[in-house]
Write a protein that binds this ligand. Structure first.
Ligand code: GLC
Length: 625
């Protein structure tokens, strides 16, 4: 006990000065700071011994998550396996998928029909009844830890549901609770905010405020009207939310995804995005985590352009998030699919590759949200490509309207005023598998090509630096699910098209490589195993791009401790040649085992190569693998 107390004291003392400084800068409230410190001690005491051991191990190896075996999978618990216990029963499948990090999509108490996919939390300390209990969560995380699987959950800190106890009291007129949100008697100040604050859901939830007829007040609601923005100027809000964070961390959570983090501080005359105080809060949260539960990681959800994303890593001395989403790369990937031109993607990868290696990005092809076309339009403009017309093209393309497109999916939040729209669809549907499978006018070639595109995109994602995350079901090529249209609570939100229930019947076919699930699963399995076993895939390997002199072929190089690999990816439906010329030795294609030169490489339509440099010259074995 004493020893453990010392551990806490040491961590506490390490951060006390800075934490106090930042807290006072924001709140200037000694009593509330003292309360925060006491509570941290209490949460530390409550943390179970297994987690404390894990904390110590991870503290001793702070780069534990930067290994090449990290592979994530995200899913909604009910869609994946019914409930928490169901997920526990599927851990073998998760392991078989080479996944060692699962992101359980929002599972805290929320009101059906006013939940925004669980992102409107009514109680941070209660699991949705249909999914289980806090105890089930603890059992699940413990079972995961036995299998070395990390568990990620969302921490929705920008807002609460209007059904949260605080919101209910605020609505009833309690001023203390009203001060935890943004309440206004009339529209004067809200109107001023509206002049500078953009809209997140321009079609499904226009405006940033909601009128409450019963309370006769306007309340700030950046997202849906039932998601009330929290006021972090109030130290009570900050403290209580930190207690919620620590409570959840103590349930065995390894990765806390800070939802919508750029939005958490509001200021008149600004866009209310990425304000300096947001960084103060995230930095405090990082320190609070490092004091109480240093085994956990913070994953920031910053869906913005690279210049806005990177500051959320903080600095080497004052880090904020451990990991961030590689969102621009994701959007640029689909731009490349639609244009067959890798120029912008290469430039984007160059930007990411130039960043310090300490920065860990989560790479993904798609997630539970829409794909926003946040591309580098400055560069596209130089080629005569305008933003509006290009977004229109991408949306047409992925709906399957453009000539050479086999994609299927739907628009999201099409804004009639700006002409802007985002896009929803599963990876497989966007690659053409849905069209090939469901509209049988297509020959088997179309299907084969769509599967190749799907696998090539995964192969390319695995080659990027960072941690890949797959949306559960993409590993078996799940298609769009149009059932959401029948559900009145979901019909208006097309994001549900790519959040369908896991098709376990299809998952039963993964051993049969004549089936689509079998083809995709087996090929991803091969790639994942290569990635896990080759140290060039370590997060801190050197990563760079190489010119191929073909607009459709992307080339990525990686180097780590004397090992080198070159990835070639053909984004077009035609066979191509990569005019690279790596003359430093012979290479082996890690998929076929074939020895080859890394120069003038022919790549079939939507094909790819993982070429590993042979370190020992000579030898004529073809069976490297
Ligand atoms: C995040 C979530 C999204 C949700 C929003 C509001 O962006 O990813 O699904 O709608 O936050 O909480």
């Amino acid at each position: 006990m004493n020893k453990s107390k010392n551990v806490f004291e040491t961590r506490f003392c390490r951060h006390l000065d800075e934490l106090k400084w930042l807290y006072m800068e924001l709140y200037g409230n000694d009593a509330m700071f003292a309360e925060l410190c006491d509570s941290m001690g209490r949460f530390y005491q409550e943390r179970n011994e297994d987690l404390k051991i894990l904390d110590l191990e991870r503290e001793a190896q702070p780069d534990w998550y930067k290994k090449n075996d990290m592979l994530g999978m995200m899913f909604y618990i009910d869609n994946f396996a019914g409930n928490m216990k169901g997920v526990q029963s599927k851990l073998d499948y998760i392991e078989k998928s080479n996944v060692n990090y699962i992101h359980l999509m929002p599972f805290l108490d929320t009101v059906e029909g006013r939940s925004d996919g669980g992102y409107a939390v009514a109680d941070f300390r209660k699991v949705q009844e249909k999914l289980g209990t806090m105890e089930d969560l603890e059992h699940l995380t413990a079972a995961c830890h036995k299998k070395k699987i990390n568990v990620c959950m969302d921490f929705v800190m920008n807002h609460t549901s209007e059904d949260h106890a605080w919101a209910k009291k605020a609505r009833q007129g309690d001023e203390e609770y009203q001060s935890r949100y943004f309440f206004f008697d009339d529209f004067t100040i809200p109107g001023m905010y509206e002049n500078t604050v953009p809209q997140v859901f321009p079609t499904t939830a226009p405006g940033n405020f909601t009128w409450l007829p019963d309370a006769k007040k306007h309340v700030m609601t950046t997202f849906y009207p039932y998601q009330w923005d929290l006021n972090y100027r109030n130290p009570r809000v900050f403290n209580e939310m930190m207690y919620n964070f620590l409570f959840l961390a103590n349930k065995g959570i390894d990765i806390i995804r800070i939802d919508a983090v750029p939005y958490i501080w509001k200021e008149l005359y600004t866009s209310c995005r990425n304000l300096p105080q947001v960084h103060t809060i995230v930095r405090m949260m990082r320190m609070i985590g490092e004091i109480v539960c240093p085994g956990i990681l913070l994953l920031g959800e910053v869906v913005m352009e690279p210049e806005k994303v990177v500051p959320y890593f903080g600095t080497v001395e004052k880090p904020e998030c451990h990991m961030l989403y590689n969102v621009t790369t994701m959007a640029t990937t689909w731009h490349t699919v639609a244009t067959r031109n890798v120029r912008l993607l290469k430039q984007q990868l160059d930007i990411v590759n130039r960043l310090p290696k300490e920065y860990v990005f989560l790479n993904y092809l798609r997630c539970h949200d829409d794909i926003g076309w946040g591309l580098d339009y400055g560069t596209l403009m130089q080629e005569g490509i305008g933003e509006r017309s290009h977004k229109q093209y991408l949306n047409d393309y992925f709906q399957g309207y453009a000539g050479a497109s086999n994609s299927r999916g739907e628009l999201y939040n099409a804004d009639p005023l700006t002409g802007d729209a985002r896009f929803c669809g599963t990876t497989a549907s966007m690659c053409g598998i849905e069209k090939a499978v469901c509209e049988d006018r297509c020959g088997s070639n179309t299907l084969e090509r769509a599967v190749r595109l799907d696998v090539m995109l995964h192969a390319y994602m695995f080659m990027q630096s960072g941690i890949p995350v797959i949306y559960g079901g993409d590993e078996i090529g799940q298609l769009n699910d149009y059932n959401y249209k029948e559900n009145p609570h979901k019909a208006a939100d097309s994001r549900y098209i790519h959040r369908g229930a896991m098709d376990w019947k299809a998952a039963g076919q993964i051993e049969d490589v004549t089936t689509v699930p079998g083809k995709i699963f087996s090929q991803l399995d091969r790639l994942e195993k290569i990635r896990k076993s080759e140290k060039v895939f370590m997060a801190d390997a050197d990563t760079w791009t190489i010119d191929t002199w073909d607009e459709s072929v992307l080339c990525i190089g990686r180097y780590y401790e004397d090992e080198k690999i070159i990835g070639l990816f053909n984004f077009s439906e035609y066979d191509k040649t990569a005019w690279i010329n790596e003359t430093d030795g012979t290479y082996v294609d890690m998929i076929s085992g074939r020895r080859m030169q890394a120069s003038g490489v022919n790549i079939p339509a939507y094909g790819f190569y993982y070429l590993k440099k042979e370190n020992e010259p000579g030898g004529d074995s073809d069976e490297i693998l």
